[in-house]
Design a protein around this ligand. Structure first.
Ligand code: 0O2
Length: 250
């Protein structure tokens, strides 16, 4: 009886681990096969195993960068009386979106091409309390000597025409695997709670979709973004009045 239970537990554990690796051993279907890749990318299916190995590497890079951010947040919450980071989310770009982006950029459709040409396969979103926390966190990450900043897009100082605000960094981090070190790029999006609220709803409603009454919708969404931005600035001002010397050391 005990042996049967142990075997069942081992099987369940194996299944959980398979799920984590996006591999369903029962059917022999790979991560790519489950991703419902359109027919015009059919030839890419033969890279199933290599694709999974690459995605695993991006997941590891996310873990490395996320740990750095968590360490900074823990340290700052001990040093000061608040947390500048209110949340961290991460995602791996969907296989279909990866292939479509390569196609849009007229890049070769291959594993090497994903690694060479795409910056946002691995993405981390950092949600901060105040606007100045965004720049503080970005700077604390950028100065770490194993982090290389490849590119910055400041959509807070220069919002997108639709009203989108966020601070984007492409960083490269060395990750150590059994066959050696590999530099992996991760897109880090840093924004306030308010900016995230707008972007999440706008993404659900409209982003990359054909919308009816597009002009009116665009106008109203932009109005919301501008209102939210005023609130963010006001909250920042209120904090400055309450703590003119910045955060109070404990
Ligand atoms: P998803 O669904 O979030 O994955 P690049 O390829 O980096 O050279 P790109 O892709 O234009 O150029 O990068 P950019 O401008 O830094 O922004 C890309 C990401 O920012 C998007 O990812 C979105 O997450 C977010 N973003 C940009 N503009 C908007 C916007 O107007 N509204 C919302 N809600 N999000 C936006 P993806 O891969 O396009 O989409």
């Amino acid at each position: 009886m005990l042996i049967v239970v142990m075997k069942q537990n081992t099987l369940q554990k194996e299944r959980r681990e398979e799920g984590f690796q996006h591999m369903e051993k029962n059917t022999g279907r790979t991560f790519l096969e489950n991703a419902q890749i359109p027919e015009d990318f059919g030839a890419f299916m033969e890279y199933g195993k290599e694709f999974e190995a690459l995605i695993m590497r991006y997941k590891c890079a996310i873990r490395e960068v996320q740990t750095k951010l968590e360490v900074l947040n823990d340290e700052l919450s001990v040093k000061t009386n608040r947390n500048p980071i209110s949340g961290i989310k991460s995602r791996i770009k969907k296989p279909v979106s990866i292939l479509e982006k390569l196609k849009r950029q007229n890049c070769e459709i291959s594993i090497e091409s994903i690694y060479e040409n795409l910056n946002d396969v691995a993405g981390i979103r950092v949600i901060c309390s105040f606007i100045d926390d965004i720049y503080a966190v970005a700077n604390m990450l950028a100065v770490q000597d194993d982090i290389k900043v490849i590119r910055v897009k400041d959509y807070i100082k220069n919002p997108k025409p639709g009203g989108y605000r966020s601070y984007h960094m492409i960083v490269e981090i060395p990750v150590f695997f059994s066959d050696g070190k590999q530099d992996i790029r991760v897109e880090v999006q840093i924004r306030t709670i308010a900016m995230d609220f707008w972007a999440s709803l706008e993404h659900q409603l409209r982003y990359k979709k054909d919308v009816q009454n597009n002009e009116e919708i665009a106008y109203r969404l932009k109005e919301c973004a501008d209102n939210i931005s005023s609130v963010d600035q006001e909250m920042q001002e209120i904090r400055k009045i309450m703590y003119p010397n910045g955060d109070v050391d404990r």
